[in-house]
Design a binder for this molecule. Structure first.
Ligand code: SF4
Ligand code: SF4
Length: 260
């Protein structure tokens, strides 16, 4: 998910798919490139990807972060990016790739689900809102682009069961777009604020502990219904995490959090 700073969609890079634009694509095991796209890649994981994958693997988010990802901070960025660590073999295969394909298929990350469509977000200044846009960008080696099945970005997302991931990624992109300027003040990216923001978005198990076992609920009033929801549902907890980061870092008001 890229944040694209432009005034309007006339100047977008190639591959941009308007609402009803069609692209041809089909992926199947009979193609010579089968699984080639699962090697030696920069696979960015978004918070909902981590939530789903750690559950699929039956491990905590701490364990997943320790064992499966690299955390990278670009010199120009203020929030780290989370990359799936490729296996230490000559082909640098994805750790979830097996001879028969993806071993976490129904919980595969959003980027894999949506591939070879990429998502971006741009700010519609006129209406002051972020809009998700799509690009059809298969790499040259991807032979699926020469097959004859037609899709729109929407029908492709539906076919790939990507709507839950896409929705959560759009929420995440909305939050990430606020990190255009340094929110950490003097603390830097290793300070307590940065650690809090990372925990609330990428380390859902620790965030749950923080909400329910620290003094958080003595300091903040959260409606009973919402508390019940976030206690029992990781996705709702993650959505709350996004709202909390906006409130905590930028003071963006929400009806869901009140200081006591
Ligand atoms: S490279 Fe393209 S067609 Fe080949 S397996 Fe990957 S997505 Fe499918
Ligand atoms: S998660 Fe699955 S689909 Fe994605 S790169 Fe790894 S093996 Fe391929």
């Amino acid at each position: 998910m890229k944040y694209i700073e432009i005034e309007n969609t006339d100047n977008l890079p190639s591959g941009y798919l308007k609402e009803n634009d069609l692209f041809s694509f089909e992926c199947h095991s009979g193609l010579a490139c089968f699984n080639r796209c699962c090697r030696n890649i920069n696979l960015f994981l978004y918070p909902y990807d981590v939530l789903r994958l750690r559950k699929r693997l039956g491990i905590s988010s701490d364990e997943f972060i320790d064992d499966y990802v690299d955390i990278v901070l670009r010199p120009s960025g203020f929030f780290p990016e989370v990359l799936l660590r490729m296996s230490d073999n000559p082909e640098k295969t994805c750790p979830f790739l097996t001879e028969t394909g993806c071993s976490v298929y129904s919980d595969r990350p959003d980027t894999c689900r949506t591939f070879p469509v990429e998502q971006g977000i741009y700010h519609d200044a006129k209406n002051n809102k972020n809009i998700v846009i799509h690009f059809f960008r298969p790499p040259g080696f991807c032979l699926g682009q020469h097959e004859n099945k037609n899709w729109t970005a929407e029908s492709w997302a539906k076919d790939q069961d990507a709507s839950a991931h896409n929705k959560m990624t759009a929420m995440w992109a909305d939050l990430v777009s606020l990190f255009q300027n340094n929110p950490w003040e003097g603390e830097g990216t290793n300070g307590p604020k940065a650690k809090m923001a990372f925990m609330a978005t990428y380390n859902i198990d620790r965030f749950r502990d923080f909400i329910f076992t620290s003094s958080f609920l003595k300091r903040y009033l959260i409606k009973y219904d919402l508390l019940t929801k976030i206690k029992n549902n990781d996705t709702e907890l993650l959505k709350f995490g996004f709202v909390w980061v906006k409130y905590f870092l930028w003071g963006i008001n929400t009806k869901n959090i009140r200081q006591r």
